[in-house]
Design a protein around this ligand. Structure first.
Ligand code: TUI
Length: 315
């Protein structure tokens, strides 16, 4: 059995796994490794300067012949330049996060780019389908980084019922059980972020990988609710300081304190004052492995599990 779905056909990939386009984390090296493994890697543009992203895209093209993507983080002030760059570089696919990509949809589609918005709600999913999205990623609040309000378990089947385009489940998925569960809910693919933080090819600071591996079930927290942009992170000194400011309802001070802190963690390895964005499933990420092993293990487990479930419960 291989899990071929409308998503694998749409993207021309072997396995229905999208690697989360994590800012300062999902670099060309990781993305190319996931694409080479038969999933699709996604470079996280985040707040990256345009020229650096251009280098990353070109590096990915040297590391893989397979399709890869770029995640457009819509809150970044120079997002217009970033969109122009992905058009100029003929990136095969984009995911979008932290906003509504409607303004860019026509230009991206006209360039032949597959557009897969990440949505936290049914309403936004329907809007995205109506303006031509190729698929949607429904991200539950188990995920790391900027999140919505609904869980993956609750969001995924509602999206599947609400739209005709393929639905990809995200948030809380790091092994074959998560993949099989997503398929049971009607998803045609999964997006995986936190587990790929601990891929060998992921270039984040090793101290952050250690924190993910050490994390237990209750070690993440949602900070910054008062800013309107809640963010799930591993608990550390920065997270406690932001929680204090949240309690005192000081969103401007949170924005100021948070600036630059993701790169401080991921690139410089400051695990106390850096922003350790990671999902709840960090608790189940226990080792550093090549991206190809992660993809093969997750898909193998999912296929075996689905087979054994149908034996156990099938007619
Ligand atoms: O985008 C993400 N995760 C992210 S982005 C990021 S960088 C950042 N740093 C600090 C504050 C905010 C962002 C770190 N992690 N995931 C995809 C995602 N998108 N999750 C939720 C959403 C979302 C939320 C609201 C998408 C659309 C949306 O629409 C609002 C609207 O305009 O309708």
């Amino acid at each position: 059995m291989t899990l071929h779905t409308r998503l694998t056909t749409l993207l021309g990939i072997e396995h229905p796994i999208i690697q989360g386009g994590m800012a300062w984390t999902a670099t060309a090296e990781l993305s190319a490794a996931v694409s080479n493994a038969g999933g699709i890697g996604v470079i996280g543009a985040g707040h990256m300067p345009t020229e650096l992203l251009r280098e990353q895209i070109r590096l990915a093209k040297t590391l893989t012949d397979r399709p890869f993507g770029v995640n457009l983080m819509l809150l970044t002030p120079h997002i217009d330049d970033i969109v122009q760059l992905v058009l100029d570089e003929h990136v095969p696919m984009v995911t979008t996060g932290a906003g509504n990509p409607g303004k860019y949809m026509t230009a991206l589609k006209d360039a032949g780019i597959k557009v897969i918005p990440i949505v936290p709600s049914v309403a936004l999913a329907k809007r995205m389908e109506s303006i031509g999205a190729d698929a949607i990623i429904g991200e539950g609040m188990e995920a790391g980084g900027h999140i919505g309000e609904l869980t993956t378990m609750v969001l995924t089947p509602q999206l599947v019922d609400a739209v005709q385009i393929p639905v990809v489940a995200a948030g809380g998925i790091a092994d074959g059980r998560g993949v099989a569960a997503a398929f049971a809910l009607g998803a045609e693919g999964v997006q995986v972020g936190t587990r790929f933080m601990c891929a060998e090819e992921c270039t984040i600071h090793p101290a952050v990988k250690d924190e993910v591996i050490k994390a237990k079930d209750r070690d993440t927290i949602v900070t910054g609710r008062s800013t309107g942009h809640p963010v799930r992170v591993l608990k550390n000194k920065l997270a406690r300081q932001i929680m204090d400011l949240d309690r005192d309802n000081k969103p401007e001070e949170i924005e100021a304190l948070g600036a630059g802190k993701l790169a401080l963690a991921m690139r410089q390895g400051d695990i106390q004052m850096g922003s350790l964005m990671a999902g709840q499933i960090a608790a189940m990420v226990c080792s550093i492995e090549p991206a190809a092993d992660i993809v093969a293990e997750m898909m193998g487990e999912a296929e075996a599990l689905m087979r054994s479930l149908s034996t156990k419960f099938g007619a």
